[in-house]
Ligand binder design. Structure first.
Ligand code: FAD
Length: 314
């Protein structure tokens, strides 16, 4: 028995989501991590600090990791109670492949779990409008995919875990796929997911050029800019800006929604923010139902005034 966490290396470190999962998993006992990437002493120290006691390390080099990772994991997790994944592309790819190999179901979109003999998970369905609790009664490991920021990464002061190198298994044709190019977007400010303040623009902005106003407001607040799917679909901003069900999940201290109606698919990606401020000219806009502060007004008048007020304070 035991808890396993899948961790992908991003920019030389365990993905932020994997540290959130390790922090949660330590509530239930010893935590083993399956780590995919080059690995380093710093990575092991970060995992240990968050509660990992053992790491199985697979380095697939330029081979696409999902096939080999699922094949190797299937050999390791036979008597585990749970294998936890985040929502990253590799996480989901490996979770699906592992489920097929083990003949087990996957429960996705999970916001909380308990492991008390039985494994019980809370997840959202129907676009985040309903929460359900599922008890997983199959034998063998429960395969659970969790939503970003469902848990908080919290160091526990643990020591470096025992690290075991895993040989890359034969995963057939899946092991033949190679990574030929990697691309990372340049950005001046904090990343959307890590920012303490997020300024988000919706269709109410009226055009791509109005995002300059969002950039200026975010820069004054030391935050990042996000958007709705409507503005992404309109080509005003890239997909990397999208907050919501099919975009990113953010949980900043302050989320400022400008010209955002508050469709449920948007709300699931930001409703966990600490303080939500909405600027919308429609007093009936659903965004006001989740807002702590609301301004009913034309954002083209309100936002410039806000920018001027912030500049005056600087
Ligand atoms: C399967 C699926 C997945 C989806 N995933 C996502 C997702 O991940 N993220 C997401 O955001 N959406 C997602 N959507 C789309 C979602 O349903 C909405 O269509 C979208 O969020 C609406 O974007 P919006 O609020 O910018 O636009 P609108 O709904 O058009 O709202 C614009 C708002 O701006 C206000 N406004 C207009 N002019 C002004 C002004 N001058 N001043 C102030 N306010 C003004 C209006 O009153 C209105 O409330 C998804 C939809 C589906 C079906």
């Amino acid at each position: 028995m035991g808890i396993w966490v899948f961790a992908e290396e991003i920019s030389g470190a365990p993905s932020p989501g994997s540290l959130e999962l390790v922090s949660k998993a330590r509530d239930f006992g010893d935590v083993s991590v399956f780590y995919v990437g080059a690995g380093s002493d710093e990575a092991w120290a970060a995992l240990g600090d968050h509660g990992a006691t053992a790491v199985s390390h697979l380095d697939t080099g330029s081979t696409l990791p999902s096939g080999p990772a699922a094949a190797a994991l299937a050999e390791l997790v036979g008597d585990a109670s749970v294998v936890l994944f985040g929502m990253g592309n590799t996480d989901r790819d490996v979770a699906g492949r592992l489920a097929a190999k083990l003949g087990k179901p996957v429960v996705a979109n999970v916001l909380d779990l308990s492991v008390d003999g039985a494994v019980s998970v809370k997840s959202e369905i129907l676009g985040g409008t309903k929460a359900v609790t599922t008890e997983i009664t199959t034998d063998g490991p429960a395969i659970v995919v969790t939503r970003p920021k469902a848990f908080t990464a919290s160091p526990s002061g643990g020591t470096a875990p025992a690290v075991t190198t895993v040989a890359s298994p034969d995963s057939g044709r899946a092991g033949a796929a190679a990574i030929t190019e990697q691309h990372s977007e340049d950005s001046d400010g904090p990343s959307l997911e890590a920012a303490d303040v997020v300024v988000s623009g919706g269709r109410g902005l009226g055009g791509a050029e109005k995002f300059e106003m969002m950039d200026e407001l975010a820069a004054l607040l030391g935050g990042a800019v996000g958007g709705t799917r409507a503005v992404v679909d309109a080509g005003w901003v890239p997909y990397s800006y999208q907050v919501g069900q099919t975009g990113k999940t953010v949980k900043p201290s302050v989320y400022i929604a400008c010209g955002v109606s508050g469709a449920m698919q948007h709300l699931v990606g930001m409703k966990g923010s600490n303080t939500i401020i909405a600027i919308n000219k429609d007093p009936e806009a659903p965004i006001f139902s989740v807002s702590d502060l609301g301004i009913v007004g034309d954002l083209h008048e309100v936002v410039p005034q806000l920018i001027e007020a912030l500049k005056a304070r600087a």
